[in-house]
Design a binder for this molecule. Structure first.
Ligand code: HEC
Ligand code: HEC
Length: 317
């Protein structure tokens, strides 16, 4: 990858008594080590069944399928519009057709999700939530890839984005990424148990809950210090509630069972059902295993409580 190795100061090894030959040999050894490191982990193959579970949890279908296509069983052909303050983006075809990503290698796929770059090396716009997906493990990306290759190819040309000149420039995204994006799989926190770490992985990497529940700054970057505290300016201008454990403005009173009812069937503690974009998110969480749903609840109960009052969305259903 083009992730540069940290710049090191030039040191004249001759001063330390090394001959040119030794320098040459150790340079070769260093290069060999770097090449080996660059190949680790060897991109093995993925498991289709595991990939199907990840695909569902990560919610790839919703964004890459237009409502009218879905009714006709046409999946992943793209063309769904995303209205943002910067203009309208359209999702591309990600079915395994040559007009989609049918000609891609698994390395191309990994680069898209991990680094937000296309096979030509150009940047993606963060409306494709790679800021979250970068946290997926290599192995999960490979499972996902194995599964996606089994889906039905759909031939459809991608639609161009209709956005302003700055937010339509893949080149200028380089600067956005430098400021707002850090590539890399989420590393388990050794001080926390397996369930908590799994919950965090489901929330931050696969479920990309923060893409809706964390407020954004004027450049569309997620405000780290306001993690999951809600926003009155979520996707399509909808309000998204504060889901931190703040007792007054968040969901500090929720039990593990409350989370379970929400994530499995969209039911809130008062018996009402969530609507709008959370309805779509429930399609991603409803088939999670009980253990995974519980892990999400356990993790969310431990995140910092942030007091931020979000007026309830009027646009239910
Ligand atoms: C919130 C909506 C959203 C979700 C969820 C989403 N995508 Fe996308 N995706 C997009 C948009 C919009 C683009 C176009 C980005 C661009 O043009 O820079 C995109 C681009 C892509 C591309 C690049 C395709 C190309 O032709 O270059 C791939 C691959 C991709 N998505 C795969 C996935 C996978 C796999 C998932 C699930 C893990 C997923 N997406 C989930 C919105 C989404
Ligand atoms: C596509 C945007 C989106 C994503 C992704 C998303 N949510 Fe939501 N969420 C919403 C919206 C919008 C609501 C409010 C729905 C309503 O009031 O009908 C909501 C409501 C909720 C609520 C109910 C809070 C309350 O006070 O009523 C919880 C809990 C929740 N989401 C958790 C999650 C978790 C956990 C994830 C990740 C697995 C997630 N959400 C992903 C948009 C999203």
């Amino acid at each position: 990858m083009s992730q540069a190795f940290p710049q090191t100061k030039k040191i004249d090894l001759r001063k330390y008594g090394m001959s040119s030959c030794k320098i040459l040999l150790s340079s070769i050894a260093l290069v060999c080590t770097l090449v080996m490191l660059a190949q680790v982990p060897a991109l093995a193959s993925g498991d289709i069944a595991k990939g199907a579970y990840i695909f569902k949890t990560a919610g790839c279908t919703g964004c890459h399928t237009r409502d009218e296509d879905r009714k006709n069983g046409i999946l992943l052909a793209g063309g769904r519009a995303f209205k943002t303050p910067f203009g309208t983006y359209y999702s591309p075809n990600i079915s395994p057709d040559p007009s989609g990503i049918g000609t891609w290698s698994k390395e191309n796929f990994l680069n898209a999700l991990r680094h937000g770059i296309n096979p030509d090396g150009a940047n993606y716009f963060p409306v494709f939530p790679y800021v979250s997906y970068t946290k997926m493990s290599d192995q999960d990306v490979l499972h996902l890839w194995a599964y996606m290759k089994t889906l039905k190819p759909v031939a459809r040309k991608n639609q161009d984005h209709d956005v302003n000149i700055i937010f339509g420039s893949r080149f200028l995204m380089t600067f956005w990424k430098l400021m707002n994006f850090q590539a890399g799989a989420l590393q388990p926190d050794p001080d926390k148990d397996k369930t908590w770490n799994r919950g965090r992985y489901l929330v931050d990497a696969l479920g990309h809950c923060g893409e809706c529940h964390t407020p954004r700054d004027s450049l569309g970057a997620l405000k780290g210090g306001m993690y999951l505290s809600g926003t009155s300016n979520g996707p399509d201008g909808n309000t998204v509630p504060n889901i931190t454990p703040d007792k007054k403005t968040g969901i500090g009173g929720w039990t593990v069972d409350d989370f379970d009812s929400l994530l499995s069937m969209g039911m809130l503690p008062d018996g009402d059902f969530v609507g709008g974009s959370m309805g779509e998110a429930i399609e991603n969480t409803e088939s999670l295993t009980d253990t995974d749903r519980k892990a999400i609840a356990i993790y969310l109960k431990t995140i910092p409580a942030i007091s931020q009052k979000i007026e309830k969305s009027k646009s239910k259903k």
